[in-house]
Design a protein around this ligand. Sequence first.
Ligand code: FPP
Length: 250
Amino acid sequence: MSSLLDEIKTGVIPKHIALIMDGNGRWAKQKNQPRLFGHQQGAIAVRETLKGAILCGVKCITIYAFSIENWNRPKDEVEGLMNLFIKACEEELPNLQENKIAFKVIGNLSLLNQECLTSLRKVEQATANNTNLLLQVAISYGSRWEITNAAKNMVTDILANKIDLDNINEELFGQYLLTDPNNDPDLLIRTSGEYRISNFLLWQLAYAELYFTNCYWPDFTKEELWKAIADYQKRERRFGKTSEQITNNK
Ligand code: FPP
């Protein structure tokens, strides 16, 4: 067993890790390969990362697979990615079941084609009762869209007298988002040396620790994940309190 894994297992493991999987295109270009080859290798890196997460006890991984802005990419790349999602759904289902991984999609799914949506829903339904790890896949996702949509749905409920304006608070608003309000990410990892959030989980990342690595996503491995967790374990999460309060547990 890896000594890094042994080391991190003695510390606090983040329950939920969010991942911006960046650098597939640059990785492929370096190898004189088409961009889609980078995405295909990226899918393999997702599988490796899930194995690494399970080995150390992470309970939830949210990956940014396709942003709303990514719809503006060249048509053949968008099509290639949609086909990759469909293929991954078919190929990875046995692996998800074997490892008891629940699969959930978040995003503006009304923009997806029917074949892709059907494949994703099938895997969601088949894995819904798995409890080892939750894999949330953000597809056609944008955080500003999610927040705007939540506001729209909340106003609709106010107008229908389902909720009262006076009862609106952060907790209630959180319930209108696509994620579990009690399961915000503890750690965000972004690969490829870019230092941006790129419209990903803006509300949910409010208190997350941020970790950036130069590694391109297809090169990301279990060890890279564990390195990020080791770095996270060195941080002091204060949630606005003082260091003394945290030490004295007040
Ligand atoms: C960003 O790299 C990556 C994406 C937009 C696609 C991510 C998708 C996968 C890794 C496929 C696997 C997903 C599942 C659900 C199995 P980029 O294309 O922006 O790279 P660049 O910045 O180097 O051009």
